[in-house]
Design a protein around this ligand. Structure first.
Ligand SMILES: Cc1cc2nc3c(=O)[nH]c(=O)nc-3n(C[C@H](O)[C@H](O)[C@H](O)COP(=O)(O)OP(=O)(O)OC[C@H]3O[C@@H](n4cnc5c(N)ncnc54)[C@H](O)[C@@H]3O)c2cc1C
Length: 455
């Protein structure tokens, strides 16, 4: 197969747009089809500044296409978690060492910047208002319905479904014999709230932190925007004692905010009105297998692995899918009979691993991040990592700042580290002796025995 082949990409979100650029740079002809109108012309993101955390895996993948300075110019580094206790106390937890940071970026903004880059490629054509409705999995021929009520058939050599968590390509794949699928709803749902900027345009809270108000079964988080505002997300159970279902009237919602988020009330913009007005969105995980069909059609990004947002990795993982596919195109010399299976073999275990890590991280964010013993664990790990980076990299750093470590390896290593730290935390009076050398000698002994060096 030569680079003269053609691709259809269904879904012009961040992953579909990045994939279009990468394929085009290899010489392929790419048709990028997006169901929604062009956000750059219709301002579908107007009034909404949904932002997400981009970290090293995302940046490294974006670097493959260059021209990302504009993305970084619009991004705000978050060096630490700022944890807001229920009594107003504030605690800081660095995310990594030195200037390691996760970056708050606008989801719509990054999508638009990637679309701009894609459209500068001569062999990419973009088609907005085109909704994929059918796929022939033998030939990669697709059918799209168009805004005016029409329909078009698109022929190409290959198809990628980059059409997100509710992927139509994935739903159509149910027709294929032995297609495995599972979708699991999380107990939590979410709504977005906001903190406006000060009148002088400055941020009302530390802009270089991701703010968390952990309240065990629910939590509020806030990420900074460059315009001085913060976008906040309230995660809470769909049903149960304190839940979106149980909090239905104004007095109940007012009580809820003043009891659990009294300090945030000084900053939030009309949280009670927003809460009562908005419908909580669901969170779910999707696992599928296979990710590729007949070496003609593949799934990528959220279409392949819809995960929950508690590790801030969904888009990072989707960008990494693109970057690894790009590497395989080079390594396997454009032989798509080998690229599709290799892509699936390499990415599926990592998709499963980041899904598991993300699910587990809700507990860390909403409960443990405010817990003193948990803080102590983190401090011991950070000290040991600083002294012995060849023996220990904390799980968060492996996932967020170590793109050379695949997610699946981070998950495996993290599980062993947890066993080791459970033992360390059993050391009598650990709260007072945690800086002493014998604690780190024991950590060295256990980690060398159970993990080896160069983690
Ligand atoms: C609350 C929340 C917070 C998050 N926070 C983070 C974070 O901090 N860090 C992070 O990395 N990730 C985060 N994510 C995840 C991130 O948003 C997704 O992983 C990312 O958007 C996936 O990109 P995608 O291009 O695969 O899918 P999408 O962004 O969903 O894009 C898919 C595109 O396909 C289009 N489409 C859908 N159906 C069709 C069709 N039939 N035909 C044609 N086009 C179609 C859609 O309109 C859309 O434009 C978060 C998600 C949520 C919900």
């Amino acid at each position: 197969m030569t680079a003269s082949a053609s691709f259809t990409i269904a879904g012009g979100g961040p992953v579909g747009s990045l994939l279009a650029v990468l394929l085009a740079r290899h010489g392929y002809r790419v048709g990028l089809y997006e169901s929604r109108p062009d956000s750059r012309k219709t301002s579908i993101y107007q009034g909404k500044s949904i932002n997400i955390a981009l970290s090293d895996r995302g940046w490294r993948s974006l670097q493959k296409i260059g021209g990302i300075d504009a993305v970084k110019d619009e991004a705000t580094p978050m060096y630490r978690r700022s944890i807001h206790g229920q009594n107003g106390e504030l605690m800081q937890q660095p995310y990594g060492k030195g200037d390691e940071a996760i970056w708050s970026v606008s989801r719509g903004g990054i999508n638009e910047q990637l679309l701009n880059i894609a459209e500068r490629e001569a062999n990419v054509s973009t088609h907005f208002g085109h909704k994929l409705v059918d796929v022939d999995f033998e030939t990669a021929t697709t059918q799209f319905s168009t805004e005016g009520g029409g329909s078009v058939e698109v022929r190409a050599d290959f198809l990628f479904g980059a059409d997100g968590a509710h992927s139509k390509v994935r739903r159509l794949a149910h027709r294929i014999p032995r297609f495995s699928y599972s979708q699991t709803y999380m107990p939590q749902c979410y709504i977005e709230l906001s903190i406006p900027r000060n009148t002088d345009g400055s941020h009302r809270l530390d802009k270089n932190a991701l703010h968390i108000w952990p309240r065990k079964d629910f939590m509020l988080i806030a990420l900074p925007n460059p315009d001085g505002s913060f976008t906040c997300t309230l995660f809470m159970n769909y049903s149960g004692d304190i839940s979106f279902e149980s909090l239905q009237d104004r007095p109940a919602v007012e009580n809820f905010f003043s009891e659990y988020f009294s300090d945030a009330l000084d900053y939030l913009e009309s949280p009670v009105d927003e809460f009562l007005k908005k419908t909580a969105a669901s969170l779910f995980l999707v696992h599928v297998y296979p990710w590729t069909f007949n070496n003609k059609v593949g799934l990528i990004g959220d279409a392949a692995h819809a995960i929950v947002p508690f590790y801030g990795q969904g888009m990072n993982a989707g960008f990494e899918d693109c970057a690894e596919l790009n590497d395989l195109i080079v390594a396997l010399d454009h032989d798509w009979q080998r690229i599709f299976p290799a892509y699936q073999e390499r990415r599926k275990p990592n998709g499963d691993a980041i899904a598991e890590l993300s699910k587990r991280n809700f507990v860390e964010m909403s409960d443990l991040s405010g817990d003193e013993r948990f803080q102590l664990r983190k401090k011991i790990e950070a000290k040991f990592h600083a002294e012995h980076p060849e023996l220990w990299t904390p799980l968060y750093s492996m996932v967020t700042f170590s793109p050379d470590i695949p997610y699946a390896e981070a998950l495996r290593t993290g599980d062993v580290q947890k066993e080791i730290m459970d033992e360390i935390m059993q050391i009598p009076d650990i709260e007072n002796v945690w800086t002493e050398e014998f604690v780190y000698d024991e950590l060295s002994r256990l980690s060398t025995a159970k993990l080896g060096v160069n983690r």
